[in-house]
Design a protein around this ligand. Structure first.
Ligand SMILES: C[S@@+](CC[C@H](N)C(=O)[O-])C[C@H]1O[C@@H](n2cnc3c(N)ncnc32)[C@H](O)[C@@H]1O
Length: 354
């Protein structure tokens, strides 16, 4: 069986390790952070049993079609025909052009093919399809397949394209990273979020949109204007005195309270109750980041969630993760760790306070 695999750039070695845990495989194509592999076992099923940290998406490939340069879209249409679709099902086409770069964007290809299918009596459908028909273009070959949309673990080929937009607006990589974490770990909730390492404010803004009031801690400025343009209110607190400031009180009339202090100083000068989510994106060594975070444990509710970026400052990925976990384990139960599409040299850890 053939599979399309999408992973992060920095973690090739770790990805191979994850794939080997699923079974034996052979690599047919390896371009950028995508791969076509051949495996004996059903890797989609195996992945459900043994979740992987480094595989972002995996899709079963049904057919391989050569792409004819002169008849570019027509040859992709031949690839679609080779899947022998039944009429009557609502179909969404998704194309990922890894490296053929013919001047047509993946979106244009999807639109042209959808129009052709419509003429032939099929029902293209973007929002609630029955089937996802996917085309991966690598080295002038089209790897195609089709899957039941409802059963797919990930509903898109190229996560960066998917998360890059929210409500039509492009979000920054770090905003996308948080959105991906909410989806990957199925996080729901509201209340008060503590955002450690918050500047320039991408995560804080996402958290407000998700319904949280946010306590943002960073000694750098947030992009206040940009945040206010999105109709969110921010209050900045600097030079907190020894007499502890009641942050719940400060939060009453605003969406975000920004404490412009280092995380190693802020906790001792504030009073705060009822934090239901800690978001920690501090760009420091994982062990130090986890240690700083532990100073805030007294502010958390029972069962509070933690989303933390673990920076892999060297290729000793497992060591960095283990160092952070060791410190957190005292008060948190780690529920999952994943290298998300918008992570760069880092993984995202999700935990619940015990
Ligand atoms: C990657 S950026 C965070 C981006 C942010 N999540 C966003 O979406 O805009 C990392 C931030 O961590 C902050 N940081 C690093 N060490 C810190 C510390 N000890 N205390 C507070 N903030 C820290 C840096 O100032 C920097 O703004």
């Amino acid at each position: 069986m053939l599979y399309f695999i999408y992973s992060g750039m920095f973690f090739e070695k770790s990805l191979y390790g994850d794939l080997l845990k699923l079974g034996k495989f052979r690599v047919l194509e390896h371009e950028q952070n995508t791969m076509i592999i051949e495996a004996e076992k059903d890797f989609v099923k195996e992945l459900k049993k043994k979740p992987s940290m480094f595989i972002h998406s995996i899709f079963r490939i049904g057919n391989i079609t050569d792409i004819d340069e002169g008849r570019y879209v027509d040859s992709l249409h031949t690839a679609v025909e080779s899947l022998k679709l039944k009429k009557g099902k609502r179909i969404r086409i998704e194309c990922y052009d890894v490296n053929s770069k013919r001047g047509l964007s993946a979106k244009q290809i999807e639109m042209e093919l959808s129009a052709k299918l419509k003429k032939e009596g099929f029902s293209p459908e973007l929002v609630k399809p029955d089937l996802l028909l996917y085309l991966v273009l690598i080295n002038m070959k089209c790897y195609s397949g089709v899957a039941d949309y409802r059963k797919l673990h990930v509903k898109f080929l190229n996560p960066l394209r998917h998360y890059g937009k929210e409500g039509g607006r492009l979000v920054s990589r770090s905003e996308a990273k948080l959105l991906e974490a909410f989806e990957a770990f199925r996080i729901k909730g509201k209340g008060i979020a503590l955002d450690l390492g918050a500047a320039p404010g991408g995560w804080s803004a996402v958290l407000v949109k998700k319904g949280y009031k946010v306590v943002a801690i960073d000694n750098a400025d947030l992009e206040y204007e940009k945040i206010e343009e999105q109709r969110m209110s921010v209050k900045v607190l600097t030079n907190l005195r020894k007499k502890k400031t009641d942050i719940n009180e400060q939060l009453r009339n605003v969406d975000i309270v920004h404490i412009r202090e280092n995380a190693s100083a802020a906790f001792s000068r504030m009073e705060l109750k009822g934090v239901s989510l800690v978001a920690n994106d501090m760009n420091i060594e994982p062990e130090q980041s986890a240690q700083l975070l532990m100073n805030y444990i007294g502010f958390l509710k029972r069962d509070a969630r933690l989303i933390m970026t673990v920076k892999c400052i060297s290729r000793k990925v497992s060591k960095h993760i283990a160092n952070a976990e060791r410190i957190l384990e005292d008060r948190f139960e780690v529920k999952g760790i994943k290298e998300l599409p918008s992570n760069r040299q880092e993984v995202t850890l999700f935990a619940k306070s015990a």
